[in-house]
Design a binder for this molecule. Sequence first.
Ligand code: FAD
Length: 389
Amino acid sequence: MSSTSYDLSDDQKAIQDLIRRVARDKVAPRADEIDRTAEYPHDMFELLKGLGLFALPFPAEYGGTGSTLSACVAVEEFGRVCYNTGYLLVVQWTPFGAILAGGTEAQKQRLLPGLASGELRGALSLTEPQSGSDVSGIKTTARRTADGYVLNGAKIWCTNADIADFILVAAKTQDEAGQPLGINLFVVDRGTPGLTVGRKEDKMGARGVPSCPLFFDAAKLPAESRLGPEGGEGFKVAMEALNTSRPIVAARAVGIAQGAIDHAVRYIQERRAFGQAISDFQGVRWMLADMVMQTEAARQLVYRTAAMVDAGVTGRALAPMAAMAKCVASDVAMKVATDAVQLFGAAGVSAEYPINRYFRDAKVVQIIEGTNQIQRNIIANSLLGKAGR
Ligand SMILES: Cc1cc2nc3c(=O)[nH]c(=O)nc-3n(C[C@H](O)[C@H](O)[C@H](O)COP(=O)(O)OP(=O)(O)OC[C@H]3O[C@@H](n4cnc5c(N)ncnc54)[C@H](O)[C@@H]3O)c2cc1C
């Protein structure tokens, strides 16, 4: 096997089979209800925890199996029937890369085994009302004190915020006199005095996992809550680490596309028009063929990028591939889900059928974890040698 081979191993195929069965028998029957009620699916979290799936991408020393490719397979298979259940895995894994890359050994020992087992839940908070894509525009401050930091500011769209045991929060660090030192991530524990979690957003997609605003009013943090060295360098390391979880984000989009195809294949064989099944119309068959081609191409890109992460590829070699995987897979998910709704006709628009859920969830993936315009900027910058825009 080459260092970035992405053939699934026998173990990975076994994981895929197991998850496919669990997804079909236990997750699929809950998917519509989770979307409709927008209630956090505690039962699905316990199911994933019981199966030990949170451990998949974590290194062995923190209780994991160290495979991003296995993580992608898991997310894809759950996303195929229920985006929100796949999202539970992704949310658990979002802070992981930053802690692994930028955390002290004490922080890793405190947080990573718990995330891997499901005993702890985390969240990552960068976005603020005035700045999402442009992280350098955040206004939340962490002012140094004699024994730590004081956090002031407001965040929005923090997914998992009202569930998480801790949140990684980006803030502009200042010295005691208020002089800027650069951005840092801080580990903010649930219940920290001065932290308030606001009311969850009523979302179009990704409805089962809450996204909430955060408010920091002189929240006191101990010095050891800072991730990495003070100033911009630690933040850069943590942000680069997010490239390693981008294939996992992208795998969710492959799952959406495949799930939309699954539903469309069943529907077009049952639905009849002009005396025949609509699957017998050439125009419909070609649409379906395009949907499958695009999804398979996206899957291969995602698996290959995951295999690169597992082979230890980082930095500039990984960044454009990770961006391509996220961008291609989520654009494909949107296109395929749109075509699937089209193939359902009016039934595609009706809440009686699940296909509109795929359409709504696909739109979200084009926006979150770096919009697809930002991913395109990363790809172009890697060719043209410009950074930051
Ligand atoms: C369901 C959901 C969950 C989320 N969860 C989290 C979370 O857990 N933690 C968190 O921190 N954030 C989270 N977010 C926020 C998300 O990361 C941001 O919405 C995203 O980064 C875009 O920021 P914005 O909404 O402020 O858009 P803006 O940055 O205002 O962008 C608006 C538009 O302009 C485009 N644009 C901006 N800059 C450029 C550029 N340089 N070149 C080309 N186009 C550009 C964007 O692509 C977009 O189309 C979540 C969002 C959603 C919808």
